[in-house]
Design a protein around this ligand. Structure first.
Ligand SMILES: Nc1ncnc2c1ncn2[C@@H]1O[C@H](COP(=O)(O)OP(=O)(O)OP(=O)(O)O)[C@@H](O)[C@H]1O
Ligand SMILES: [Mg+2]
Length: 474
């Protein structure tokens, strides 16, 4: 288990100063670790969960500025307070510019130390809380997290259609966020203070769908002892979300079409025509066009629903979003499960990024929840992940600088040739992986590799990689 107390690391080459400072902070209720130079400081940082660093600037081996930069590289939210001697404020300013949280001047004033430490730790907590709100400005507009093209395209559509009465049809595999988008449409419309009513068409027996949708009058069927409004009426002025619309029986589709076209209907067993103003959002993970050819979905209803289609990409088509999603769920489950997992180790993130996620974001969410629950380290490790994920990865690409194991030094060709062969093999592997991660989407793979799409196409040609059949229309 992680310690309850906050861990403070003190790095200073003066033993006396370490002693005084650590005695005070221990008294104030912190766990204190010390290091006598920058090098040892870095070691402590890598091996421990540290909440705050207080470091001298002038030290043997690795100096304070280097320690500061490296510490922030490891954890950009880590507060680092630097210690300066009187008359060396210039170096403190330089440290602040490089991201130090604040500075303390020697000799210390106890209260100043206390207040800076408390402030630094509070700021760190707030930084974490911002992530939990999903970094709303850039990464999570409409509460939908992602930076991939697939998701930013959806932001653009949402922006245009959220505040209109237009019918929207959301499609996508299970767990891709269809319901989340339906909510977003409602909450970003002028209807947001009116009801959002949901009906899962797959969850109700066929014979009850009509009365669920349109309500019924007393005596409409055996058991109808009173009258009841349906979801259309309940959603009046608001949004009606019909989930799993592909499961709605054909007989009902005609009635639904009429209700949509005329904005009117009758309750089951009723004679009065009811008018409502309802915005309809429908979702399905079925291929409705296929259902049309099979005769189980009406073409006219399809066109009526499909005014604005939103297709949610599968997670494997937008693997670049996996790290931000993981971070989002990490914060969420840390909070919910009262844990303090600070991140994900690189090899665990590789496993997460390379898995195919048939259950999409819901599956990812469950995996992170489980991993956070069982984790007893500062970061999630590969062993915290379920075995089926670990099994699914191909061998990781060799680290750069790691010679391929099967590299044979034969008589022909010198070092240069061997390096060239090894490099192109590595390149091929990395490009192949990027394509695999993005489901063969060249545009997305290029973004992942930080090269232009054209550049990637040339590279693929050079490496003898064909544009995959799985590439989605770009
Ligand atoms: N882009 C996203 N950012 C953050 N959370 C997401 C995102 N997409 C989906 N989720 C979360 O993943 C889970 C599944 O999403 P949702 O229920 O909307 O999927 P769905 O497509 O309706 O699935 P199903 O077809 O199985 O009903 C939810 O907890 C949702 O909040
Ligand atoms: Mg759903």
């Amino acid at each position: 288990m992680l310690p309850e107390k906050k861990q403070v690391l003190i790095v200073d080459d003066e033993p006396n100063l370490r002693k005084i400072l650590s005695a005070q902070l221990t008294r104030d209720g912190y766990d204190v670790l010390t290091a006598e130079d920058g090098e040892q400081g870095l070691e402590r940082l890598r091996d421990n969960h540290i909440d705050l660093v207080i470091t001298d600037l002038k030290m043997p081996k690795v100096d304070g500025m280097t320690l500061l930069k490296e510490a922030l590289r490891l954890d950009p939210d880590l507060p680092v307070v630097v210690i300066t001697a009187h008359g060396t404020v210039d170096t403190a300013v330089e440290a602040l510019k490089s991201g130090a949280f604040d500075y303390l001047t020697k000799p210390f004033d106890k209260d100043e130390v206390r207040s800076i430490v408390a402030k630094a730790l509070r700021t760190k907590e707030l930084a974490g809380a911002e992530v939990s709100a999903g970094a709303p400005s850039s990464d999570a507009r409409f509460g939908i997290i992602g930076q991939s093209q697939g998701i930013t395209d959806i932001y653009a559509v949402l922006e245009r259609v959220a505040d209109t009465p237009t019918t929207v049809l959301i499609t996508g595999e299970s767990g891709t966020g269809k319901e989340l988008v339906a909510h977003a449409l409602h909450h970003h419309s002028a209807r947001k203070d009116k009801p959002f009513i949901k009906l899962n068409c797959a969850a109700i027996p066929k014979e009850l769908i009509e009365s669920e949708l349109f309500g019924y009058e007393r005596g409409a069927f055996t058991g109808a002892v009173g009258s009841k409004p349906g979801r259309f009426e309940l959603a009046s002025g608001g949004t009606l979300f019909l989930d799993e619309i592909g499961e709605i029986p054909v007989e009902m589709q005609v009635k639904l079409l009429r209700a949509l076209q005329e904005s009117e209907f009758e309750r089951v067993g009723g004679i009065k025509t009811i008018h409502v103003d309802v915005r309809l959002v429908a979702a399905t993970n079925r291929d409705l066009k296929k259902l049309i050819t099979q005769g189980t979905f009406r073409e006219d209803l399809f066109y009526r629903l499909n005014v604005v289609p939103i297709r949610l990409p599968a997670l494997r088509e937008r693997a670049i979003d996996i790290p931000v999603l993981v971070e989002h769920f990490l914060v969420k489950f840390n909070e919910r499960l009262k844990k303090n997992v600070g991140g994900v180790e690189q090899d665990a993130m590789d496993v997460l990024s390379n898995y195919a996620w048939p259950g999409n974001i819901r599956e990812l969410e469950n995996v992170v929840e489980r991993a956070v629950l069982f984790s007893d380290g500062a970061k999630l490790r590969v062993q915290d992940l379920p075995p089926e994920l670990r099994g699914s990865t191909s061998t990781p690409p060799p680290a750069v600088g790691d010679a391929p194991r099967d590299l044979a030094i034969s008589g022909d060709g010198g070092l240069k040739e061997h390096v060239k062969t090894a490099m192109s093999r590595l390149e091929r592997e990395l490009v192949g992986r990027a394509l695999q991660q993005t489901g063969g989407n060249v545009t997305h793979a290029a973004r992942l590799l930080k090269i232009s799409r054209k550049g990637l196409q040339l590279k693929m040609k050079e490496l003898g990689l064909r544009e995959g059949a799985s590439e989605k229309g770009d």
